[in-house]
Design a binder for this molecule. Structure first.
Ligand SMILES: Cc1cc2nc3c(=O)[nH]c(=O)nc-3n(C[C@H](O)[C@H](O)[C@H](O)COP(=O)(O)OP(=O)(O)OC[C@H]3O[C@@H](n4cnc5c(N)ncnc54)[C@H](O)[C@@H]3O)c2cc1C
Length: 422
C-alpha cells in the first residue's frame, strides 16, 4: 500500500479512534495510522474521576476497544508518540521519535489540555490536574495517606472528584470563583440542588472564592491561600478549571481557528478551512443548530467526540455525512445521575418536573414559543431518553403539562396543543 495514501489521525481517543474506524467502514482503502501521545491503548476517560479512583480499577478495565477491533479495521496505532510538526504543503508529519509519516488526509483529534492555575506555589508536589490515565494514577498515589483535599473549581470534574473522594473518606473543600457550582452549564435551580447534595455529604463549598497561592513545605503543598484571606489545610490540591483546545497542528497546517483559545473551526462535515485537514471532538469548534447563536462553540463530551469522529471518518472516505446530533452529557455524583440534553438559551424559561429535593427531577427549558430547547434530568432516565427526541424535533410543549411529573414527557408532547394556540 502506498505510504502517501494514508489517513493520518493525531490523537488516539474517542474522536481519533471513531474517525479511523468510520473511515475504514465507509471505504477508505489506504493506510490508516493513529498517533497517540499517551502510552496507553485508547481508554474510556469518564471513569477517571469516578470508578477508576473509587473502585481502584486497572487500566485494562477501561480500555475503549480490544486489540481485535484495531486489527479488523486495519488501523495502525502508534502510541506513546507525539506528532510535533506538520508540513501540509508536502503532506508530511514529523513525530517526536524523529521519524516522519506521509499522508493524504490529516485528521485532528487532539482534544484539550487542562487550563493551568498560575499562582505562586502552583507547581508544588501534591498539586494535581486530571485529564489522563497517568494523571489518575498519580492522583491515586498522592491520595494514599492524604486526609485534606482542596478542589479548585466546581465544574463537572471538580464536583465528580468531590463526590468520589468524599466516598473514599477524604475531607473535601471546594473553591469556586463564580457565584455557584457548575455555573457554566446549569441554571441556578440545579446548581443549588447539587450544592445541597454535596454539602449533605460533608463537602464544604466556598463560592465567590478563588485561590491566590499554594503554601508548601519541603516542595509539597500544605495549604491553599484563598481570595478571602483564609489558608485551608491541604495534603492534596486538585485543580479543575476548564480545558484549552490543542490547536498547534491545526495552526501549522494553516487551518482557521475560532478566535484565541477557541478550537479548530469545522463545518458540519468536519472539514477545516484547509482541504485535506479534518478535525473532531474537544479540539473542534462548530456552529451548532441547537445553540441560541451562531457563534462557534466546542462541546467537551464523549458523545460529541464520538459522533464528530464518525462524521470526519466518513468525510475522509468520501461518503456523505453531516453532524447534527443533539448534544447530551452525563455526570455521576454520589448516587445522582445528571443527564443534560440540548444547549441552554438564556432567553428560555425552565419548568420543573418534580421537586428539587426529590427524585426523579427534571428541568425542561422552553423557548419563547414553548419549544423544548434543553432538558436537565436528575435520576430520570425516562425524561432524558424522551428529551433527546424532543430537543431534536424542537417539539412544542404546554408548560402546564410539562410540569406534571406523573405524565411522561413523551405523552405530554403528544397532548400539547399546536404552537399557535399556546
Ligand atoms: C476526568 C474526566 C471525566 C470526564 N467525564 C465525562 C463524562 O462523565 N461524560 C462525558 O460525556 N464526558 C466526560 N469527559 C469529557 C470527555 O472525556 C472528552 O470530551 C473526550 O475525551 C474528548 O475526546 P477527544 O477524542 O476529542 O479528545 P481527548 O479524549 O482529550 O483525546 C485527545 C488525545 O490526543 C492526544 N494528542 C494531542 N495532541 C497530540 C499530538 N500532537 N500527537 C499525538 N497525540 C496527541 C492527547 O494526548 C489525547 O490522548 C470527562 C473528561 C475527563 C478528563
Amino acid at each position: 500500500m502506498r505510504d502517501d495514501a494514508r489517513l493520518l489521525v493525531a490523537g488516539a481517543s474517542y474522536a481519533g479512534i471513531h474517525m479511523a474506524a468510520a473511515a475504514r467502514e465507509k471505504g477508505w482503502t489506504g493506510l490508516i495510522t493513529v498517533v497517540g501521545e499517551e502510552p496507553w491503548a485508547p481508554y474510556e476517560r469518564p471513569p477517571l474521576s469516578k470508578t477508576f479512583l473509587a473502585k481502584g480499577e486497572a487500566p485494562e478495565d477501561i480500555a475503549l476497544r480490544g486489540e481485535v477491533f484495531y486489527r479488523r479495521h486495519g488501523i495502525d496505532l502508534v502510541l506513546g508518540t507525539r506528532i510535533t510538526d506538520v508540513d501540509h504543503a508536502a503532506r508530511v508529519a514529523r513525530l517526536d521519535n524523529g521519524s516522519t509519516l506521509a499522508y493524504a488526509t490529516l485528521g485532528l483529534a487532539t482534544g484539550g489540555t487542562p487550563r493551568r492555575l498560575t499562582v505562586p506555589g502552583g507547581d508544588l508536589g501534591g498539586v494535581h490536574y486530571l485529564a489522563t490515565l497517568d494523571d489518575a494514577l498519580a492522583l491515586r498515589d498522592a491520595l494514599d495517606g492524604a486526609r485534606d483535599v482542596v478542589i479548585v473549581g466546581a465544574g463537572f470534574i471538580g464536583l465528580e472528584l468531590a463526590a468520589t473522594l468524599t466516598g473514599l473518606g477524604r475531607s473535601v473543600h471546594v473553591l469556586e470563583a463564580g457565584e455557584r457550582v457548575m455555573g457554566r452549564v446549569l441554571t441556578p435551580t440545579l446548581s443549588a440542588v447539587l450544592a445541597a447534595v454535596h454539602e449533605s455529604h460533608g463537602v464544604r463549598i466556598s463560592t465567590g472564592t478563588g485561590c491566590v497561592a499554594m503554601e508548601g513545605s519541603g516542595g509539597r503543598v500544605t495549604g491553599v491561600r484563598t481570595t478571602t484571606g483564609e489558608t485551608l489545610r491541604a495534603d492534596v490540591v486538585l485543580v479543575g478549571i476548564g480545558s484549552v483546545p490543542r490547536t498547534e497542528l491545526a495552526r501549522q497546517a494553516g487551518a482557521a481557528l475560532a478566535g484565541p483559545g477557541g478550537g479548530v473551526l469545522v463545518d458540519a462535515t468536519m472539514r477545516t478551512s484547509v482541504p485535506g485537514v479534518l478535525a473532531a471532538g474537544d479540539c473542534a469548534a462548530f456552529v451548532s443548530s441547537y445553540a441560541p447563536t451562531d457563534v462557534p462553540l466546542r462541546l467537551e463530551s464523549v458523545q460529541n467526540a464520538t459522533d464528530q469522529g464518525r462524521v470526519a471518518g466518513a468525510t475522509a472516505a468520501g461518503a456523505e455525512a453531516i453532524y447534527n446530533a443533539v448534544p447530551w452529557f452525563w455526570s455521576d455524583q454520589y448516587d445522582l445521575k445528571l443527564q443534560l440534553v440540548g444547549i441552554h438559551d438564556p432567553a428560555s424559561r425552565e419548568v420543573a418536573r418534580g421537586t428539587p429535593d426529590g427524585e426523579p427531577f427534571s428541568l425542561v427549558h422552553l423557548d419563547l414559543e414553548n419549544r423544548v430547547v434543553a432538558v436537565d434530568s436528575v435520576n430520570s432516565p425516562a425524561d432524558h431518553v424522551a428529551a433527546r427526541r424532543l430537543v431534536a424535533a424542537r417539539e412544542h410543549l404546554d408548560p402546564s403539562l410539562a410540569q406534571d411529573a406523573a405524565t411522561p414527557l413523551k405523552a405530554a408532547v403528544a397532548t400539547s396543543p399546536p404552537a399557535h394556540r399556546l
